[in-house]
Design a protein around this ligand. Structure first.
Ligand SMILES: [Zn+2]
Length: 276
């Protein structure tokens, strides 16, 4: 123990010990398939049981950030003796959970925000975010098998579990080795040994796929929609959480094709493809 001011990465600090213990544990852990299946089910049932939002439904339509935090802590304690949480706390850092509307391609994201110079003694802040558009587009209208991290998922909560498992490993790697990369060998080995993942990516439904498969709306397609009682015609420019539609307009802004357009952000459900 030391009584001088320390920074998270000072040698010999509590944070350093926790980091080393986490790194060792991650490297040594190897869970067998039967144990993992049991723990995945246990986490699934506990989250369903304790959530005020999920309503005992694995294809829930509402979720809160507390559900993410609960799932994280269950996994951390059942698979890694709570050592990820311990390493975060030993750094004096905060771990937050978010439901992101902006993530539209990946299922989740883990971020570290380092303190700025003016906050010399503050610690890094970590955030695990889960994509709302991907989570809720998955197991909705588009009907196809969903694989995530190499496992077949049968409902939305299982898909969320795979996202959380993957993201918590990003966090653990950031804590243990400072950097994390799920395309790299170390991540792949750890995710196989700790979570039984055989792949680093997911094939969940993105809003793009939902728009194309279910609504027949794709970039370049001519579409129509109702705008304050008026029927508008335009062309799909891009698909994110909403679809960007360009409507020709004399008062719009000039685009590279030499024409002027006004831009509208339209929920995909409100669009109708125009044939021909
Ligand atoms: Zn990743």
């Amino acid at each position: 123990m030391t009584d001088r001011p320390t920074r998270p990465n000072d040698p010999g600090t509590k944070s350093d010990d926790a980091t080393i213990r986490l790194r060792d544990l991650l490297t040594e852990t190897q869970h067998d398939g039967g144990v993992l299946d049991r723990i995945f089910r246990q986490v699934h049932e506990s989250v369903l049981d304790q959530s005020p939002y999920l309503n005992d439904n694995s294809n829930f339509t509402k979720i809160g950030t507390n559900d993410l935090a609960r799932m994280f802590d269950l996994y951390d304690s059942l698979l890694l003796n709570g050592k990820i949480r311990t390493a975060v706390e030993a750094q004096g850092s905060k771990l937050e959970f978010a439901l992101s509307r902006r993530l539209t391609r990946s299922g989740g994201q883990t971020k570290r925000t380092r303190p700025t110079k003016s906050q010399a003694f503050a610690s890094a802040r970590y955030e695990i975010a889960v994509s709302v558009p991907v989570l809720f587009a998955t197991f909705s209208e588009v009907d196809r098998p969903i694989r995530a991290c190499g496992r077949l998922c049968y409902n939305r909560l299982e898909a969320l579990q795979r996202i959380m498992e993957h993201e918590m490993l990003h966090l653990a790697e950031m804590l243990g080795w400072d950097r994390s990369n799920c395309a790299a060998r170390r991540f792949k080995a750890l995710s196989l040994n700790i979570f039984g993942h055989t792949e680093s990516h997911h094939q969940m439904i993105t809003p793009q796929e939902r728009a194309i498969v279910h609504f027949g709306v794709k970039p370049g397609a001519r579409v129509t929609f109702d705008w304050e009682g008026k029927q508008m015609f335009g062309v799909v420019n891009s698909i994110r959480r909403r679809v960007t539609v360009l409507v020709p307009s004399a008062t719009g802004i000039p685009y590279s094709d030499g024409k002027r357009y006004e831009k509208f952000y339209v929920p995909v459900e409100r669009l109708k493809p125009v044939n021909g």
